[in-house]
Design a protein around this ligand. Structure first.
Ligand SMILES: Cc1ncc(COP(=O)(O)O)c(C=O)c1O
Length: 366
């Protein structure tokens, strides 16, 4: 991990090495805490642009609400704190990790709602979570023997520290056997999600993703659904089985860390074999698309930024690094000016739309 200079802890930016907590920090013992993972990309104008920051902060607050944990900062304060941390570390692109945790005081379970809640924000550079090779050529996924927790055991709409033991069990199990990522089924045996990503499958011009029962409501999932629908590709949130994944023409994962990563194989069965383009062929499509994304620089309209026929402007907040005096002004939604460099999420969705053989009425680029 590449260290950065400052960490935001309980309202103050302090040097990285000084961000320490006591051994009796309650969350360390019982997992009662909430966190987020957010990405900041370098915009085409060179400014950092944070992807759906408000929605991530909203989910952090919602997670705390679900588990009944107090949150000592408002939404606005948390948004500003994330931005301040990115700026103070002079990051152009990075991963942002806010965490709210229960500090020391009393021990025992009841202290979870009695001890003070503390908040930290760390930023650091983080490349492709499932590897550049995985993003390019697709990853090998294995169904884990560990199921995603039942809806009334833990609550999947909350991104809770302790929930990740379930994900780690699954992920470590399949990685030890040489696979890249674990697919987790729900307790009824339907496909839920992977250890840290939502899953989509595509077949016969239709895209499916698991409904929000045993899965985290991914913000990337939401964006991908929007983008596909804007392109005229139907997306349904519907239960599906692992053999439907075996038969899918394409399958891919979405997540802040993993962005959009194609699945090459599930349980040693090749996805799309003999039916659609191989991942290699898709890669050529993607390269073509990447080239066109560069071309799209001037492709703006009065109503927002259009890239390949899709509006992406509302998804970013950019930082004006020259205006450290006024944080409020430094935050603004993207407008027609200074469009962000479209990120891989979008590029790979274009790829999907090509691969499922749908012509979604994309402007001059198709
Ligand atoms: C279990 C799980 N599912 C799905 C996701 C994807 O969510 P998002 O796209 O908001 O990062 C994540 C990542 O946060 C996750 O940990």
């Amino acid at each position: 991990m590449q260290k950065t200079d400052f960490i935001w802890l309980d309202g103050t930016l302090i040097p990285w090495d000084e961000a320490r907590v006591h051994l009796l920090t309650h969350t360390l013992h019982y997992g009662f805490g909430v966190f987020e993972g957010i990405r900041c990309y370098e915009g085409r104008d060179g400014r950092p642009a944070i992807f759906r920051l408000n929605e991530h902060v909203d989910r952090l607050i919602a997670s705390a609400h679900i588990i009944g944990m107090g949150m000592p900062y408002s939404r606005d304060e948390l948004v500003r704190a994330c931005i301040e941390t990115v700026r103070k570390n002079a990051m152009k692109s990075c991963y942002i990790r806010p965490i709210a945790f229960v500090g020391e005081g009393e021990m025992g379970l009841a202290a979870a709602v009695a001890n003070p809640v503390r908040v930290g924000i760390v930023v650091w550079p983080w490349g492709a979570y499932l590897g550049d090779e995985g993003v390019r050529n697709g990853i090998r996924v294995k169904t884990s023997s560990f199921q995603r927790f039942q809806v009334n055991t833990l609550m999947s709409k909350a991104k809770v520290v302790g929930h990740y033991v379930n994900s780690i069990l699954a992920s470590v199990e399949v990685r030890r056997s040489g696979y890249d990522e674990a697919l987790m089924l729900d307790t009824d045996g339907f496909v839920a999600e992977c250890s840290g990503e939502n899953i989509f499958i595509a077949a016969r011009g239709k895209v499916k993703t698991s409904p929000l029962t045993s899965v985290l409501p991914g913000i990337t999932r939401d964006t991908v659904m929007d983008l596909l629908r804007e392109r005229g590709i139907p997306v349904v949130e519907e239960r599906f089985t692992r053999d439907e994944v075996y038969l899918a023409e394409e399958a891919f994962l979405t997540g802040t860390a993993a962005e959009v990563t194609p699945i090459r194989e599930l349980d040693d069965r090749r996805i799309g074999a003999g039916k659609q383009q191989s991942v290699d062929r898709q890669y050529h499509t993607r390269r073509l698309i990447e080239f066109r994304v560069g071309d799209a620089a001037g492709d703006e309209t009065d109503s927002g930024i259009e890239t390949h026929g899709m509006r992406v402007g509302g998804h970013f907040q950019s930082l004006d690094t020259t205006r450290s005096d006024d944080l409020g002004d430094a935050i603004h939604q993207r407008s027609c000016q200074s469009p962000p460099r479209p990120v891989r999420v979008h590029e790979q969705v274009f790829q999907l739309s090509h691969a499922v053989g749908i012509s979604p009425g994309c402007k001059a680029h198709d």
